[in-house]
Design a protein around this ligand. Structure first.
Ligand code: NAP
Ligand code: GDD
Length: 331
């Protein structure tokens, strides 16, 4: 597919960054990725997988580096995926989280505006269902949508809410094409092993090979609306192709507990009773928990024609199968 479009992706070494890089390359984009740090251990693997992508050194907390990135990439589209993205980590590192996940959005928007790209460059902000908070009073029966109230329950959620509102403010104040995707949890074979789904599927794979005895987790009752990351990055791209900027929820409309995920993942290796393989470790409990997340993606489905291909069972099967392959090859 040929296009002369140029895209800059922050957070390019993350889960969504990998899926989005593949999608944009397939669509013929010239892709630039922001990579942080003097020596980023993920750089070599990323370059090996995506040699077509030009990596630009920069950090969301360093405006000068973002101005430089904007001049080099001269992008038609910016996907701002970079963030401190782990909720538990954000409780222990709240100031860093604010700087990267919150102020980093402002730094990106200013880099676009002050380099004279307000009219040309479209901006995607990675907003999150964590902004809703999962509290009883705030939980519509059919799931959260674009009209639902926000009540973030972590430093991460609060920082994301700032990012969400400053992005909307630049849309309203400067007429910039800024769209926010309010995405519910999405997982897959690229998911970081610090997140509960991948932690479980990696453990299940190792347990099945006799390489691990049990997995240590926090609370097992919270429920999440878990989808597949490959489906969700397509939605991000669709948001920036739409004729006007807007906010969209992406979700599956189904919610499962961590226990449900455990049962499905252990079921993939023929283990019906997973309890002997799971221990609770208070280190993984959070000062405040989000009880349940359930999303309603009707707007994205109706307006953008967004569709999902992978359901919950398919997601779990895919992740366990991938991690068993990795474990067998010593990965
Ligand atoms: P991820 O795997 O944790 O990736 C985060 C990326 O941000 C990494 O590439 C990381 O770089 C980069 N980053 C961290 N600090 C940075 C800094 N100071 N400057 C520049 N880059 C920095 O996250 P993800 O799952 O792909 O999620 C992508 C985005 O969507 C995030 O903003 C996340 O908060 C949001 N989101 C995710 C979900 C989900 O379920 N996955 C749902 C809703 C919203 P390093 O590789 O160097 O660490
Ligand atoms: N990470 C982790 N590790 N979570 C655990 C563990 C554990 O050992 N044990 C239980 N959990 C519970 C968490 O307390 C939470 O209720 C649930 O599993 C999911 O945790 P995560 O996988 O860390 O995801 P998250 O829902 O907190 O946040 C993810 O989704 C958000 C969208 O709703 C992240 O990707 C965020 O960046 C994203 O915005």
């Amino acid at each position: 597919m040929a296009t002369d479009k140029r895209a800059l992706v922050t957070g390019v070494t993350g889960q969504d960054g990998g899926h989005l890089s593949a999608l944009l390359i397939e669509k013929g984009y010239t892709v630039f990725g922001l990579i942080r740090g003097q020596h980023n251990p993920k750089k070599l693997a990323y370059q090996h997988e995506f040699p077509q992508v030009t990596l630009i050194e920069g950090d969301l907390t360093d405006p000068t580096s973002l101005f430089r990135a904007m001049e080099i990439a001269d992008p038609d589209e910016v996907y701002n995926l970079g963030a401190v993205s782990h909720v538990g980590f954000s409780f222990k590192n709240p100031t860093l989280t604010l700087d990267v996940t919150g102020k980093g959005v402002l730094n990106m928007l200013e880099a676009i505006r002050l380099t004279g790209r307000s009219e040309r460059t479209r901006f995607y902000q990675a907003s999150t269902s964590e902004m809703f908070g999962g509290l009883d009073y705030n939980r519509p029966g059919r799931g959260y949508n674009e009209e639902s109230l926000f009540h973030p329950r972590s430093p991460y959620g609060v920082a994301k809410l700032y990012g969400h509102w400053i992005a909307k403010n630049y849309r309203e104040s400067y007429g910039m094409f800024v769209s926010c995707g309010i995405l519910f949890n999405h997982e897959g074979e690229r998911r970081g092993t610090e997140f509960v789904t991948r932690k479980i599927t990696q453990a299940v794979a190792r347990i099945s090979l006799g390489e691990q005895d049990y997995v240590e987790l926090g609370d097992l009752w919270p429920k999440r609306d878990w989808g597949y990351a490959g489906d969700y990055v397509r939605g991000m791209w669709q948001m920036l192709q739409h004729d006007q900027p807007d906010d969209f929820v992406l979700a599956t409309g189904k919610s499962h507990s961590v226990e449900d995920f455990l049962a499905a993942a252990f079921g993939e290796i023929g283990v019906a009773d997973w309890r002997p393989y799971v221990r609770q470790n208070p280190e993984f409990l959070r000062p405040a928990e989000v009880d349940i997340l359930l999303g309603d993606a009707s707007k994205a489905e109706g307006v953008l024609g967004w569709r999902r291909e992978v359901d919950f069972d398919g997601l779990v099967a895919r992740m366990v199968s991938h991690d068993r392959g990795l474990a067998r090859s010593g990965g």
